[in-house]
Ligand binder design. Sequence first.
Ligand code: ADP
Ligand code: MG
Length: 296
Amino acid sequence: MPKALIYVNAYYHTEQIAYQPARLREELAARGVCAEIAQTDALPVRVEAGGVRADTAGYDLCVYLDKDRYILRALESTGMPVFNSYKTVTLCDDKMLGALALAEQGVPLPETVPGPLCYRGEARLGGQTYARACALLGLPFVVKESNSSLGAGVHLIESEAQFCALWERIKLRPWLMQKFIAESRGRDVRVIVVGGRALGAMLRTSQGDFRSNVAAGGSGAAFPLDAALCAVAERAAHAVGADFCGVDVLFGKEGYLVCEVNSNAFFGTFERVTGLNVAGAYAEHIVKKCGLCPHG
Ligand SMILES: Nc1ncnc2c1ncn2[C@@H]1O[C@H](COP(=O)(O)OP(=O)(O)O)[C@@H](O)[C@H]1O
Ligand SMILES: [Mg+2]
């Protein structure tokens, strides 16, 4: 019987996070693959003079539900099939690298400007950054911490004082500035794409916050997957090479704009409100891509 390892982060435990590996194990089992759930603090990989070693003998593949790129890169280096790949997680876990990958593939997205890196805590913000950002993006504009998630590092800037105060807090981390898509205030669409195909869509709406993340108080409802939405989401998934992802899509004045691609998208709320079997679709894709014979 084929065997899979499902890796989860050792230090991050919520009900939503526990749901994902359990559902994937169930759906892999339904396709004849026996999956075990493992934590990253088992220290499963080592780099040695002769190459990279991993404690994965006897396993056919890894489903990697963490963003810890060191372990993922090492697993991939041993030749183990991993879902998602190091490249995908790297592009999705850095909002600026993700935006570059999307733009290079012609995916429509809001105008985005990389924030200049600052290495010193005592450094002061010069006068030209805010003025130039306003000239390029208009007001208000959005500032994002590049490695953030769940809406926590996404901010709406409406004044220079607000911008300066935020910059002081985030200046030692990678960040970007982006045009605010006012038509999409408090709402966006989450599309799940598996194996290159859009599976379904969920409208996320927030009352009283420009961010629609469910984790930040937004609520989800099933949303029709029209041809334009399907095309933009599948293109975005392709641009980052995702086996599985959740694409956040904004409502632009002239059509859909991709906000970001999430390689580690939660699918609990999505399964509940759409009735779609996301874990099943992902398991099916994994089994096919690895050429595993179900129940063999
Ligand atoms: N440029 C933008 N214009 C309007 N709303 C935005 C913009 N960027 C992000 N948002 C809102 O903020 C939310 C969080 O931003 P996102 O880039 O997806 O970061 P996170 O990784 O925290 O989810 C989005 O789901 C969307 O509702
Ligand atoms: Mg998002």
